[in-house]
Design a protein around this ligand. Structure first.
Ligand code: J9D
Length: 272
């Protein structure tokens, strides 16, 4: 599990540095290492909102300085600051939660499909779709019919490819290229996770057996709900071009939501 460490940033904004396009904040980085707390004074440079166009040179400067080290060269930390999402990663949330409804899971699946549809329209492949990278901003409350709200996290530094079986699409092991269709495969794998309460697919297999899973064109164990199992197997087809478009995925999810509604409320709709 990802231990969320404390990093305090105090907001003493100085004036804009002379000629630079950043806001300067003073902060301290606290690290717990073997029980000892280390605190380091840090300075945060935040790119000014009106100068987003200079972000390349902003990152270039930072990355250049972080690649080399010398006693007379300033130490620059590799850090990514992102919005803190209230309920954390979805896989852990599902493992901890006992009563998550089917409609809750379908709602989350549809939100992920919408995010993928947006990326597809921008021709951007994410490359690391999995429940661990879905962050839960709002839990949703069944009693007040309040729905959950998820945010797809950054692709992050990808783990070794074999460890990402079965989320990483099979063709990626050969091409090492991430295409749009790869995200469809990963979507299928993530759907499987969501409807198996956060249990990682093939979790017991070692990397060799995971590789054989692809070599034998194997499929994940089918879920009881046939229509949902069909959608997962459509997404997890070994031929990338046969995987459904995001629009088709959303359409199929909508009909699952409707059918789920009918099943759930069948008693209400029986003829009196
Ligand atoms: N207990 C607890 C708790 C933990 C974390 C958060 N919030 C949050 N916000 C983010 N922006 C990213 C993440 N995050 C979590 N795991 C990863 C690595 C896998 O992606 C990223 N967590 C909220 C509650």
């Amino acid at each position: 599990t990802t231990q969320v460490k404390q990093l305090s940033i105090s907001l003493q904004s100085e004036s804009l540095g002379q000629g630079s396009f950043t806001h300067i904040f003073r902060g301290s980085k606290t690290d717990q290492r073997d029980g000892v707390t280390h605190s380091t004074e840090v300075l945060l440079k935040v790119l000014d909102a009106n100068h987003k166009n200079c972000w390349e040179s902003f990152f270039e400067a930072a990355s250049l300085m972080s690649q080399i080290s010398h006693k007379h060269l300033l130490l620059v930390y590799d850090i990514m600051v992102q919005e803190f999402v209230k309920h954390g990663a979805l896989d852990l949330y599902l493992k901890k939660s006992t009563s998550v409804s089917v409609s809750w899971k379908l709602d989350v699946a549809k939100q992920l499909a919408c995010a993928l549809n947006f990326l597809e329209e921008k021709n951007i492949a994410h490359g690391n779709i999995c429940a661990k990278n879905l962050l839960l901003a709002r839990e949703g409350d069944p009693s007040t019919d309040n729905s959950p709200f998820i945010k797809l996290s950054d692709p992050g530094i990808s783990m070794a490819l074999l460890d990402r079986i079965p989320w990483v699409a099979p063709e990626v092991l050969n091409t090492l290229e991430i295409e749009l269709e790869c995200d469809k495969w990963s979507f299928g794998s993530t759907l499987w996770e969501i409807f198996n309460n956060g249990e990682a697919p093939l979790q017991g297999l070692d990397p060799i057996h995971k590789q054989q899973f692809y070599e034998h064109f194997s499929n994940l164990p089918a879920l009881e709900w046939t229509e949902l199992a069909d959608l997962i197997s459509q997404c997890m087809q070994y031929q990338p071009e046969l995987r459904p478009s995001c629009r088709s995925i959303i359409r199929q999810l909508n009909s699952l939501i409707t059918s789920d509604y009918e099943i759930l409320h069948a008693s209400d709709t029986l003829p009196k």
